[in-house]
Ligand binder design. Sequence first.
Ligand code: FES
Ligand code: FES
Length: 155
Amino acid sequence: MAVSLKVNGVSRSVPAEPDTPLLYVLRNDLELNGAKFGCGLAQCGACTVLIDGKAVRSCVTPIGTLENSEITTIEGLGSLAKPHALQQAFMEEQAAQCGYCISGMIMSAKELLDRNPRPSEQDVRAALEGNLCRCGTHNRIINAVLRAAQANGRT
Ligand code: FES
Ligand code: FES
């Protein structure tokens, strides 16, 4: 059967069962590979995307629940030519080591900055608590989110 989804502002029809995890559809059917498979158990945050503005673990979110939702992935934030403030800040802080966690980190940070444009360091740490980075670049990641918040304040 086919399920209709709206991803990064574009309506897509996907030939998949309604209980298929969104992450599989993004990566296997829609060629949106920014969200990563880490644990598959809602434990690591590598697969985080926004659904109606909320950071959600796409590895445990069935697509059948999303027919009327707006899904945003890292690919919907910015481009190489015109990166989002968060993407720019992550590059400037060199926050990625292997990069596997970074898409999820940025999407969780996006949710934070949308509801709290001037977060404290503690706010950032709390918002990213559920996103794991096995390379240990947490401090640079926190600095990148704070840098993006400052950059938004200047624009
Ligand atoms: S892959 Fe989804 S939370 Fe780890
Ligand atoms: S940069 Fe490698 S897991 Fe975070």
